[in-house]
Design a binder for this molecule. Structure first.
Ligand code: TZP
Ligand code: MG
Length: 221
């Protein structure tokens, strides 16, 4: 049997993040096609201009969670711990501006997945001691999917975290495509998190399949 962190590493290989504003097709069709292409984890992130709120956001979350449940893909909620609790989601992902990971861990219990965005070694160490299961590190490359994204950091921070001895599962995020995924994995990430490379792809299933193949074959130096 896989250990908890080995299991998380597997889930992070192709972590698809999306909300209604990111989609070219309907969110449900987008997710179904992405699942068919082999995504390993899904995050519901209903954010940005034009995002749904209130009951409409909850309804969409339920619909997407249903697809994930049917296909055995864990369903993670971005930011909204209350929504995650209401839906009994598999976990949450929070940024540095959100509720501290230690409080979330206490609230959700040991079984749920808690992910934290980290941009520096200090933030990463804090997240580890707070009980995070994985770190999202980026933006690795320029992105247009997040308005308030931090400065682009390349693969440097991932390399720095690994050099410092941190072994927590890490997923790279920000502007990642099939053409630039290899350095992210070689820097020490266990997988990639993408919005547009899947949600905006002309052919979603094929794009996801290709990305997963790239992650798996990129290996470590
Ligand atoms: N956090 C850092 S970059 C980013 C988030 C949510 C957006 C990633 O989207 P894309 O389209 O894969 O660059
Ligand atoms: Mg957040």
């Amino acid at each position: 049997m896989l250990s908890r962190s080995e299991h998380i590493r597997e889930l992070l290989k192709l972590y698809f993040i999306m909300g209604s504003v990111n989609c070219r097709l309907s969110p449900a069709d987008t997710l179904l096609q992405a699942v068919n292409g082999g995504i390993t984890l899904f995050q519901f992130r209903e954010k940005g201009p034009g995002a749904l709120s209130g009951a409409a956001a909850v309804d969409l979350a339920r619909q997407l969670q249903g697809i994930c449940r049917q296909r055995g893909i864990p369903f993670i909620v971005n930011d909204d711990i209350g929504l995650a609790e209401m839906l009994d989601a598999d976990g949450v992902h929070v940024g540095q501006e959100d509720e501290p990971a230690a409080a979330i861990r206490r609230r959700l219990g040991a079984d749920k997945i808690v992910g934290v965005s980290a941009h520096t070694l200090e933030e990463a160490q804090q997240a580890v001691s707070d009980g995070a299961d994985y770190l999202g590190v980026g933006p690795v490359y320029p992105t247009s999917s997040k308005e308030d994204a931090r400065a682009v950091q390349g693969t440097q921070v991932i390399e720095q975290l690994r050099r410092s001895g941190l072994s927590i599962p890490i997923v790279g995020i920000g502007g990642i495509t099939a053409d630039n995924v290899t350095p992210v994995i070689r820097a020490g990430a266990d997988g990639i998190s993408v919005i547009s490379a899947v949600a905006q792809a002309p052919e979603i299933t094929g794009a996801a399949r290709h990305l997963l193949h790239k992650v798996i074959t990129s290996g470590r130096t």
